[in-house]
Design a protein around this ligand. Structure first.
Ligand SMILES: [Ca+2]
Ligand SMILES: [Ca+2]
Length: 128
């Protein structure tokens, strides 16, 4: 099975800082991980309120039924998120989408603070 998972990492200081997982990389310009990209992908933010000022942000192009495990750099990192898909995205505390689902992002939803869901800095893998 061919996986096509693209992502880009953006911070204010670095336009592209790393690569997650498999497949081609689609770089985003600094600070540009925002509305347009997140409308059609999942965006994760290190900080609350979708901030890219202190922490970074990353967007993930997920495919249905394929688990995406975050690389160590982004493991237990996300504090807010946007889900631009017309599908729910399941967030897992463990790698490889095993164990209980810790958080379910509703289709086309966003959450500015995962703390009140008990899932701040816990996401290790995602499944759409
Ligand atoms: Ca965080
Ligand atoms: Ca975790």
């Amino acid at each position: 099975m061919k996986h096509k998972i693209a992502l880009a990492i953006s911070t204010l200081s670095l336009s592209v800082t790393g690569v997650l997982g498999l497949g081609p990389v689609s770089p985003a310009t600094a600070g540009a991980v925002a509305a347009e990209i997140c409308d059609n992908n999942v965006c994760l933010y290190e900080d609350d309120n979708y901030s890219v000022l202190g922490g970074g942000s990353v967007w993930l192009s997920l495919r249905p039924a394929i688990c995406y495990t975050l690389t160590p750099q982004y493991n237990n990192w996300a504090s807010s998120m946007r889900n631009g898909y017309d599908r729910s995205v399941w967030f897992y505390d463990r790698a490889n989408c095993v164990g209980a689902v810790g958080y379910i992002a509703a289709p086309n939803s966003s959450d500015k603070d995962l703390t009140n869901n008990g899932f701040d800095n816990k996401t290790s893998s995602l499944l759409m």
